[in-house]
Ligand binder design. Structure first.
Ligand code: PGA
Length: 263
């Protein structure tokens, strides 16, 4: 049984750049961000950015050279460390670039590229095995929400995605609840709706992995998070952060998200 973790959960804001920004644009973006964000911001909030694979090496170099405390993240990986998997990137390759966080099971991967819960689970384990930490995504479609199956859908994805992980691993990872109907649509879940699902996810984590893991695991909301709506989402008791797509692409907007307490 894991020890109960009572430390407060640190807010965690992540920028998922998806298939945007060449490595040159990415470098410019990080330079602007480092100018806009201050030590006080980094003391209050953990920040990660998830550029395309082609920009990881350049961004790693900039973050290291200027000692910028933004964690480097990837958007996906394969579960094998090497092999005949044309077009794939292994966790080992990411770890060698100082990648700390890897998004697994984003709904775009699930919907557009056929990723299954089983793959998500294999990827989560492989990310840990390579010394990194996964951000495990879940979320329901509009049809599932309208059919009243939001919770069963999300809890199913979470229990399958986290299956076989230790309580310590679950405590360390991040879950991102991203209703698919809210991603890139400008339609954000209400803070109460997001809280209801995220609260249920935390209860399920407790049931499956123990109270310590449930108290420690950070759960982000994602889906049309903007500088104007982040504060009310973050005010909810179980929402510990945000996984942001569109509004993470501009340094000005992203820095305002990181400073959500002041927006
Ligand atoms: P969005 O994307 O902020 O553009 O809605 C969120 C995500 O897909 O992670």
């Amino acid at each position: 049984m894991a020890e109960s973790v009572s430390a407060p959960r640190r807010p965690f804001i992540s920028g998922n750049w998806k298939m945007h920004h060449t490595h040159l644009d990415a470098i410019a973006m990080v330079q602007k961000l480092s100018y806009l964000l201050t030590d006080a911001d980094y003391q209050a909030v953990d920040v990660s950015i998830h550029p395309a694979f082609t920009a990881l090496r350049s961004i790693q170099t900039v973050l290291d050279a200027d000692q910028i405390p933004i964690a480097l993240g990837a958007q996906n990986c394969h579960w094998e460390s090497k092999g005949a998997y044309t077009g794939e990137i292994s966790p080992l390759m990411l770890a060698k670039l100082n990648v700390a966080w890897v998004i697994v099971g984003h709904s775009e991967r699930r919907q557009l590229f056929g990723e299954t819960d089983e793959w998500v689970n294999r990827k989560a384990k492989a990310v840990f095995a390579a010394g990194m930490t996964p951000i495990v995504c879940c979320g329901e479609t509009l049809e599932e929400r309208q059919a009243g199956s939001t919770e069963s859908r999300c809890l199913g994805q979470v229990s399958a995605g986290l299956e076989g992980l230790t309580a310590e691993q679950v405590a360390a990872l991040v879950i991102a609840y991203e209703p698919i109907w809210a991603i890139g649509t400008g339609v954000v879940a209400t803070p109460e709706d997001a809280q209801a699902v995220i609260g249920a996810i935390r209860v399920e984590v407790g049931r499956l992995h123990g109270a310590g893991a449930a108290a420690a695991v950070r759960i982000q909301y994602g889906g049309s998070v903007k500088p104007g709506n982040i504060a009310e989402l973050m005010a909810q008791p179980d929402i510990d952060g945000a996984l942001v797509g569109g509004a993470s692409l501009e340094a000005e907007d992203f820095s305002r998200l990181v400073r959500y307490r002041l927006t």
